[in-house]
Structure formats: C-alpha cells, structure tokens
Design a protein around this ligand. Structure first.
Ligand code: 5GP
Length: 190
C-alpha cells in the first residue's frame, strides 16, 4: 500500500533496539484518513470471506481494526491485557510475550463476545515475532470459531513471525512488509 509506505518513510523512526516508531499516525497520534485507506485495503484483500468479528489486542490494533470492521459491518473485539491477578473465569485466555516490552502477559476475551458460530479476522498494527497473533489464534481456537486469516498493517519481514504464522496455515495479509531497516534507511518488499 503506497500511501502507508510513504508515511513510514517520511515519519517512521527506527530505534536502536529494532523498534519502528510510527507514533505520528498509528501508535500515539492516529490519522483517521490513513486508517480509512487501511480499512478499505483490508476490505479488498478479504473480500468475499465470511467474517463475523474482527479480533485485535489492545491498544494499537484497535484503530485499524475499527476501520476494517466498517468495511465488513461487523464488531471489533479487542483482547484485554490482564495481570495475573485479575483473570476472569468467563474468559478465553492466552499467554503472550511482548516484543516491545520484553515481558509476558495474559490476553483475555469474554465468552460473551466470541463463540463457535463466529468467523474471525485477526488484525494488528505490527507483526514481529508473531506472539500476539499466535495468542489471538489460540483464543479463536478455544472459542471453537473459524479463523479467516490475519490483517497486519506493518510486517517486519526480517523477524520470524510471518514465517511462523504462515507455516501454521494462517493466511496473513500485510500492507507493508519491511525487508530491512536501520536508523538511516527503511526498505520494503516489493
Ligand atoms: P509480535 O507479537 O509479532 O512479536 O509483536 C507484535 C506486537 O508488538 C504488536 O502488537 C505491536 O504492538 C508490537 N510491536 C512489535 N514490533 C514493533 C515495532 O517495531 N514498532 C511498534 N510500534 N510496535 C511493535
């Protein structure tokens, strides 16, 4: 998606620890016009699929998930990050290791908002090592729901997540795939 790649090149900042900061349009300030284009692109890529819910994880997945959900006219469910202490018996739960924070946490989704009749599209802002997507896919499996695939705004193709998740048989559609990045230069897959 050219408009997204252009914004990444113009505004993205690579930090020394392999994190791409896109706080000006996605992760802190959010650009609704770009989110609208992102939502429309996911709408095109997953056109024809039966989707009843979009599932993401708080916080940064919510904005793109919401705009994609408008295309499919379905609700967004976001998994909540819970501390070990406030786990809920009426929730599906999965453990996730956070790449950016380098810590483990539990994500949970209420039984009320996901069930065996659902066809679920996963959505997230970044794909790095794949742990967030694998946790979300685990929750879909616990619910007995059907997994349609995953929509990713920015995939870091030089990390293992994309390969790992695709090898699980999950269809992944990424709008921008970064092949290589340094503090001076960001390169995309064609
Ligand atoms: P994974 O679980 O695939 O290792 O990492 C995905 C999650 O980590 C995303 O939900 C995203 O919030 C965060 N993340 C991973 N890499 C980056 C990055 O380079 N920049 C930002 N802003 N977030 C990232």
């Amino acid at each position: 998606m050219q408009a997204l790649k252009k914004r990444i090149l113009e505004e993205g900042r690579v930090s020394g620890d392999g994190i791409l900061k896109v706080d000006s349009f996605l992760n802190h300030q959010i650009d609704p016009a770009l989110m609208e284009e992102i939502g429309a692109e996911f709408g095109r890529r997953f056109a024809g699929e039966r989707i009843t819910r979009i599932l993401t994880v708080e916080t940064s997945g919510i904005a793109p998930a919401l705009f994609a959900a408008r295309q499919f006219r379905v609700p967004v469910v976001f998994a909540k990050k819970a501390g070990a202490r406030n786990q809920d018996a009426h929730c599906y739960q999965a453990g996730v290791h956070s790449f950016t924070r380098d810590k483990d946490y539990i994500i949970q989704v209420s039984h009320r908002y996901l069930g065996p009749d659902d066809s679920v599209l996963l959505l997230d802002d970044f794909l790095a090592n794949g742990q967030a997507l694998i946790g979300l896919a685990d929750i879909v499996a616990q619910a007995g729901a059907r997994l349609v695939g995953a929509g990713i705004v920015i995939e870091k193709g030089f990390q293992d997540g994309g390969r790992l998740v695709r090898n699980m048989g999950i269809r992944v559609e990424s709008l921008a795939v970064i092949r290589r990045m340094t503090q001076d230069r960001i390169e995309f897959d064609p």
